[in-house]
Design a protein around this ligand. Structure first.
Ligand SMILES: *[C@@H]1O[C@H](CO)[C@@H](O)[C@H](O)[C@H]1NC(C)=O
Ligand SMILES: *[C@@H]1O[C@H](CO)[C@@H](O)[C@H](O)[C@H]1NC(C)=O
Ligand SMILES: *[C@@H]1O[C@H](CO)[C@@H](O)[C@H](O)[C@H]1NC(C)=O
Ligand SMILES: *[C@@H]1O[C@H](CO)[C@@H](O)[C@H](O)[C@H]1NC(C)=O
Length: 253
């Protein structure tokens, strides 16, 4: 083991000097300690920032087959832990961060804090618990169910939208959804197809007949329907006979 100490930068080689020299020299990193050691035949270098500084970049480098370090050297920045960040909010902090410093977080208006409202800088240069995030209290544009749509133009916190389905579809789920603190209070409803009793080709043809306004046209459409469906007069007679029997049965007291 040997040491090398340049102002504010200490290098510790935990390997024979001859091996260490086989990899290209490292540029010194201010306010850091560098450890090099052999792990499974490979030389690994680790940078640690001294107290009051935190690392930005790759912490561990390794000396590859062409005797070069696989990444560029990191840097040590002022502050024992990384600078706090909170998008759409603010935190209590003054000057460089020291070990055991505690900060508190607050979100801007219309934003909701998700996570812890405080964090502390630990000895190992990390913040615990992790930083929270500020989430908008408003909702994004809602989705439409297949065969359905919603009415309502306001997606702000407290707003309500209403869902409708197309004809022949029935709504299953909540018809109204309210935006509560950035999330819709219920799931997306679905539009379910209304199952109709299966119709025979004759019934469809009859329906077409009933829907036609003019008698001549109605007969024409009816005959056309029968032809299209490959139905013969025999089958029609049989079907009408069945219908007649059905009706007679209903008429019986
Ligand atoms: C070693 O690392 C350097 C720098 O990242 C790279 O240019 C080179 O190709 C690497 N050599 C091998 C053998 O991986
Ligand atoms: C360099 O090697 C170390 C150790 O294997 C690895 O953790 C790191 O991700 C590597 N960096 C790059 C930029 O490849
Ligand atoms: C942080 O949250 C706690 C409850 O989880 C609350 O009692 C406390 O007042 C909050 N502190 C700040 C500074 O908002
Ligand atoms: C730092 O220390 C804390 C508490 O001892 C631990 O929970 C956390 O995992 C450590 N973080 C890292 C990156 O080592």
């Amino acid at each position: 083991m040997f040491f090398q100490f340049v102002c504010c930068f200490m290098v510790v080689w935990l390997i024979p000097a001859s091996d260490a020299e086989s990899c290209t020299a490292l540029p010194p990193v201010d306010n850091s300690i560098f450890f090099a050691k052999e792990v499974e035949g490979q030389i690994l270098g680790t940078y640690l920032c001294i107290r009051g500084f935190h690392l930005v970049g790759e912490k561990t480098l390794f000396c590859n087959a062409s005797k070069q370090w696989n990444a560029s050297t990191p840097t040590c920045h002022l502050g024992h832990c990384p600078d706090p960040v909170l998008v759409n909010g603010e935190f209590s902090s003054s000057g460089p961060v020291n070990v055991r410093d505690k900060i508190t977080f607050k979100c801007n208006e219309h934003y909701l804090l998700k996570g812890s409202n405080w964090s502390q800088c630990l000895e190992n240069h990390t913040w615990v618990p992790p930083f929270p995030v500020c989430k908008s209290r408003d909702c994004g544009p809602p989705e439409n169910p297949a065969h359905g749509y919603f009415e309502g133009r306001d997606f702000n916190s407290g707003s309500t939208i209403t869902y409708y389905c197309e004809e022949r579809y029935r709504l299953v789920g909540a018809q109204d959804r309210q935006c509560v603190d950035g999330e819709w209070d219920s799931g997306l409803p679905v539009c379910e197809s209304i199952q109709e009793a299966p119709q025979t080709e004759f019934e469809k043809a009859l329906l077409a007949f009933q829907e036609s306004k003019e008698l001549c046209q109605a007969i024409e459409i009816f005959m056309q329907r029968l032809k299209e469906n490959g139905l013969t007069m025999e089958k029609l007679k049989y079907f009408l006979g069945m219908k007649k029997a059905e009706l007679e049965e209903k008429m019986l007291p």
